[in-house]
Design a protein around this ligand. Structure first.
Ligand code: 5GP
Ligand code: MN
Ligand code: MN
Length: 314
């Protein structure tokens, strides 16, 4: 059921015990949104748990409050708890956290592919980030955004719109970001932390660059993370798609990663076609210009099918 911003506030105020969660492989938007919402709920005196079925990428560990994130196995809830699912289109996208959900569920999300699964939902596909929704809600509720909440929300917004470069950036996105600066967010500090890399990681980039492949007259660019390449990069391959995306002429960029036999993980970015629809062919989703899916085939077969679908869309 769709609810209004005021109804969300009443709902959150009503519950004493609240579990927050978000999608697996949490990105800056998921993490920043979780941490900011937790801080406000904790200030209200709520018992709040953030459960995520994944490890947190090192680059996000600087953010105040990230140490509050726990694994779902350690969480005990009952049906007196409210679960808030942030930045995810379906309960299953939270991985094993889905098993901790006992009571009602509130979903706050901005994906066009949202599956409208929750008891209560607030979906804003016109917003660039879940962090943008939360900033807007906090302002409507007239609550004080602390400097640590501002930092977390700024990180959430900035990472989901490519630091205000992607086409999902609107006047509203920038206004929210500007208000967060006034509330104490430090963009320089956040960028420095996110851009800083170890020499090992920097060398991994040079290896990844050698693996960029081009198709269809450079209109498609892709990187395949097979077990050999994963030895250089480790399991977190999130940022590398931007290198494929930056190849001159590329309209659709993809990465495809080995997970296990007959399971390959795909990320898609686009400057023209709707990649949400391409991801949907394989049961995934996301946004028009950024989407993802899991293909239940081995790496090379999955890539062949993926490229075929992208070609159809071009
Ligand atoms: P990424 O490539 O960064 O993993 O994901 C791009 C966007 O698509 C994100 O907004 C992410 O939440 C969404 N997305 C990625 N994988 C899936 C998936 O398997 N299912 C759905 N519904 N959305 C996905
Ligand atoms: Mn996300
Ligand atoms: Mn998001």
């Amino acid at each position: 059921m769709e609810i209004s911003s005021e109804e969300i506030k009443s709902l959150l105020e009503h519950y004493d015990n609240i579990m927050l969660t978000a999608h697996v492989n949490p990105d800056g938007d998921a993490i920043g949104s979780l941490v900011a919402l937790r801080e406000w709920l904790a200030l209200l005196g709520k018992k709040v748990i953030i459960a995520i079925d994944d490890t947190i990428e090192d680059k996000f560990l600087f953010l105040q409050g990230v140490d509050q994130i726990v694994r779902p196995e350690t969480v005990v809830t009952d049906d007196s708890w409210l679960t808030v699912i942030l930045d995810a289109t379906a309960a299953e996208r939270t991985g094993s956290a889905v098993q901790c959900i006992k009571g009602k569920v509130l979903n706050i999300d901005h994906h066009i592919s949202n599956e409208h699964f929750a008891d209560y939902e607030y979906i804003r596909a016109d917003f660039a980030a879940t962090g943008e929704i939360l900033t807007d809600l906090f302002q409507r509720w007239d609550i004080l955004i602390t400097s640590s909440m501002a930092n977390a929300l700024y990180l959430a917004i900035a990472t989901d719109c490519g630091f205000f470069k992607f086409s999902n950036t609107t006047g509203h996105t920038l206004r929210m970001a500007a208000d967060l600066l006034d509330a104490g967010a430090k963009p320089n500090h956040i960028s420095e932390q996110l851009e800083e890399r170890s020499l090992v990681k920097l060398r991994a980039i040079s290896e990844v660059l050698k693996h960029i492949e081009l198709f269809a007259n450079n209109r498609i660019s892709g990187i395949t993370f097979d077990t050999e390449l994963l030895k250089f990069t480790g399991e977190h391959t999130g940022g590398y798609i931007d290198y494929a995306r930056s190849v001159k002429g590329s309209e659709v960029a993809f990465t495809i990663k080995y997970i296990k036999d007959k399971e390959s993980r795909v990320s898609l970015r686009s400057k023209s076609v709707d990649v949400n629809s391409i991801a949907a062919v394989f049961g995934g989703g996301g946004h028009i210009r950024a989407a993802g899916c899991t293909i239940n085939m081995n790496l090379l077969d999955a890539k062949k099918h993926l490229v075929k679908e992208i070609l159809k869309a071009l």
